[in-house]
Design a protein. Structure first.
Lengths: 81, 419
């Protein structure tokens, strides 16, 4: 079980691995598409890697609701809870 | 009136050099690219052939990590060569300062023999071992044979068409034929042409071994690729990519480009004889040679140099000799032959592209590169093969050819002229 700061840090690593963006760029209020320029293909890869890292399920229909990094952190925290 | 076409940029990543300068220096010196493979899969799968010619510079040393993750190795190598050629030509990309190309007049013709074989098989393993959720969403665009052409068109902002010739080991030269056709038709002003291959993977290694096509000289990889030698026993698997910027003379001159040579003509024929074996009478290869010369408006007497297909298989080298003899007759004595696969190994779908780069360099520098491992030339193929040191080609206007033949009965010949 990870707290939200740990989830954010883990997610930032996944985003960095997929896109090359610096981990410091990956902040809660950032939008995946608008701010981080992450396309749907990279988003799916990030989601699948996050599922494995945090041992949660993120259904495909839920992915479109994860607009910001914070949305994803909250979803993962709730799913773990 | 036929538009004159010229070569203004060259790029390559090969077993004997990660760029054209290194490739050319090594090709003149005579440098074997084949080595014993150090991958655990050689032992694991008990491969009968334990060596190959891998690229001397890994694409991971050149490309950024996020790019690498979205490209099959074959596209990675193609991208490295394409960018080199584009930069060498002094061309820019949309968004660059001073970008002055019409993107709709820029096209790509990028070939491969096999395409994304690593991606295809790795993702099958992923599916079986970890389930469908773990299969990467980029799997299809990474494995498709047009993956390199598409990725390169994106990188260069080329909107004039992105085509992929797929004709096994003839693919690289066929890419030039496609480029020539696009330019002569007037559909584009500039074409980035080339070919790539990254098939040093256990499956193709095992499959080519089953065909008895590969050299088994495991104890001496450097001596394994020996075209025209009486002791040749098969080709050596290689990987890499080559790229050439082909543009209309008018377009090249207008922007003050350096011109290496003219792409004077090309031709494609098919044997309709056997799916893998070459026609012993070499009728298809002969027709390809004649038609390429005709396409170039070249006389036999103009031809001074040929970069031969010459893969070092017992059955393959002879029909190419038969074709050359039937087309050139007595003039063949005046034509020097370089079999550069003796150094690079056989780059399959990239072979014709890398060898075209070498042919253009030979004309531009007026020296033909060497053939190594020719210890006892097969008396049935009395060709003037360049060995030992490079051959000076002289100052006159002259034509050089690059031959590529492939499984499926594909024959492709490109003709270049000094400029």
């Amino acid at each position: 079980m990870a707290d939200k700061n740990e989830i954010l840090a883990g997610l930032a690593e996944i985003v960095n691995e997929e896109t090359g963006l610096e981990v410091e760029e990956v902040q809660s209020e950032k939008s995946f598409t608008e701010d981080l320029d992450i396309d749907s293909i990279s988003m799916m890869t990030i989601v699948v890697n996050a599922e494995e890292k945090f041992d949660v399920k993120i259904p495909d229909e839920e992915v479109k609701n994860l607009a910001t990094v914070g949305d994803a952190v909250d979803f993962i925290a709730n799913a773990q809870g | 009136m036929t538009r004159r076409l010229v070569i203004t940029g060259l790029g390559a990543t090969t077993p004997i050099g990660g760029d054209v300068k290194t490739l050319w220096t090594n090709a003149l010196a005579g440098t074997p690219g084949a080595k014993t493979l150090e991958h655990d899969w050689v032992e694991k799968y008990q491969l009968p052939v334990t060596f190959a010619a891998e690229v001397s510079i890994e694409p991971s040393e050149v490309l950024a990590r996020p790019e690498l993750r979205r490209m099959d190795r074959s596209t990675q190598l193609g991208m490295v060569a394409a960018r080199q050629a584009w930069d060498d030509a002094g061309l820019s990309r949309p968004g660059d300062e001073g970008y002055d190309l019409d993107p709709e007049r820029v096209a790509v013709s990028f070939a491969t023999g096999i395409g994304g074989v690593w991606t295809l098989i790795d993702s099958w393993d992923t599916l079986r071992e970890r389930g469908p959720r773990r299969v990467m969403p980029m799997t299809v665009p990474m494995l498709m044979p047009n993956g390199a052409a598409g990725a390169i068109s994106l990188d260069l902002g080329a909107q004039g068409g992105a085509r992929t010739a797929v004709s096994a080991c003839a693919s690289g030269v066929e890419a030039l034929d496609v480029a020539l056709e696009m330019l002569r038709k007037g559909d584009a002003d500039v074409v980035l042409a080339g070919g790539t291959e990254a098939a040093i993977h256990p499956l193709p290694m095992a499959a080519f071994s089953s065909l008895q096509a590969l050299s088994k000289r495991n104890d001496d990889p450097a001596a394994a690729s020996r075209p025209y030698d009486r002791d040749r026993d098969g080709f050596v698997m290689g990987e890499g990519a080559g790229a050439l910027v082909v543009e209309t003379e008018e377009h090249a001159k207008a922007r003050g480009a350096t011109i290496y040579a003219e792409l004077a003509g090309s031709a494609i024929t098919s044997d309709a004889h056997h799916i893998t074996a070459p026609d012993p009478k070499a009728l298809g290869a002969s027709r390809a040679l004649r038609r390429a010369l005709e396409s170039a408006g070249a006389q036999l007497s103009e031809v001074t140099h040929i970069n031969a297909h010459a893969t070092s298989t017992p059955v393959g080298d002879k029909p190419e000799y038969a074709a050359l003899k039937s087309v050139f007759g007595d003039h063949l004595e005046n034509v020097c032959i370089s079999a550069t696969k003796s150094q690079t190994g056989h780059l399959l779908g990239a072979a014709g592209a890398v060898e075209s780069v070498l042919t253009v360099k030979a004309l531009h520098e007026r020296r033909a590169p060497v053939t190594i491992n020719l210890d006892h030339q097969d008396p049935e193929m009395p060709l003037d093969v360049v060995t030992g040191s490079p051959r000076e080609l002289g100052d006159q206007q002259q034509v050089a050819l690059c031959n590529s033949f492939g499984f499926g009965g594909h024959n492709a010949v490109a003709a270049f002229r000094t400029y």
